[in-house]
Design a protein around this ligand. Sequence first.
Ligand code: PLP
Length: 356
Amino acid sequence: MLDIKIERTKAPKALPDKDDPLLFGKIFTDHMFVMDYKLGEGWYDPRIIPYQPLSLEPSAMVFHYGQEMFEGLKAYKARDGRILLFRPDMNAKRTNRTCERLCMPEIPEEDFVQAIKELVGIDKTWIPTKEGTSLYIRPFIIATSPFLGVRASHTYKFIIILSPVGAYYPEGLNPVKIWIEDEYVRAVKGGIGEAKAGGNYVASLRAQVKANEEGYSQVLWLDGIYRKYIEEVGAMNIFFKIGGRVVTPMLNGSILPGVTRDSVIKLCKDWGIEVEERIISIDEVYEAYKNGILEEVFGTGTAAVISPVGHLRWKDEVMQVNDGGIGDLSQKLYDKLTGIQLGEVTDVHNWTIEVE
Ligand SMILES: *Cc1c(COP(=O)(O)O)cnc(C)c1O
């Protein structure tokens, strides 16, 4: 149990207007959680303080060697007034797997969840209530030792900030256009692809820019060796429905193990649909498309929950999926997941946790 010191802001900011579209990740709440780490001492001084700039040495290792990790989850205001978190224990576990990979200190799972709960409780008036909105929670850890030289840092900061967000895609649950990237790669097995690290994102920018220029919103990555097997989308895992079967790439060491991915697999199982977690090549997807059995494609991730894919561009071919519309399974999964997150349907798996 952390003994969190609380310093409330003396200058609360104005809450966003009811009709503010709450573009993703632009507005931040009044407070933030901070905790420091020193080698030999462990984590110390957990505190909630007014949201403010950080003061770091220019030599802080995070600026030079990228030792940084982050997480992402959401808090929702249920219609009955309860505040719900969705599977925060999964983010705590993934944090520690990422930290292990990046040689960063782990955080006890219960401390991670406690810090989130207390911070969300303090800034609860910031949780928006309009359909599709939520409070996005961004925990992250940075290496702060003032040192130039490649090794693990001896000091770190664990910080949590909060951002009220509207729907990830302003158009709502609308099919996206995806660019299948066959030149650049995101990660290879043995690298840091399965860690939630900023470094994976800087590696992805060049292809993202290319896709955007061509009118596509996100990139679908192929494997780093053969450029043949499907990995995942920018910040989402990917699922295909082919001839009645649901398939998703297995966790192979280079893709991110998404909490939404795991939840989708479990919901499908509840409904008697077995999800095949296996290797799937772009050729298999293309062949299914040619044979008219590529029924649905959708991405899964905290930000968008379920993101139907309407178009897939591969080399010079554009595959239109489901006439560019939203598939039945995509819609059903979206409704069920958001229903659970908002406390509106029975949560048989006990995925939501209430913030007191
Ligand atoms: C965060 C993330 C996801 C989705 O994970 P969720 O836990 O479902 O939000 C997928 N891919 C990448 C690369 C990510 O960073």
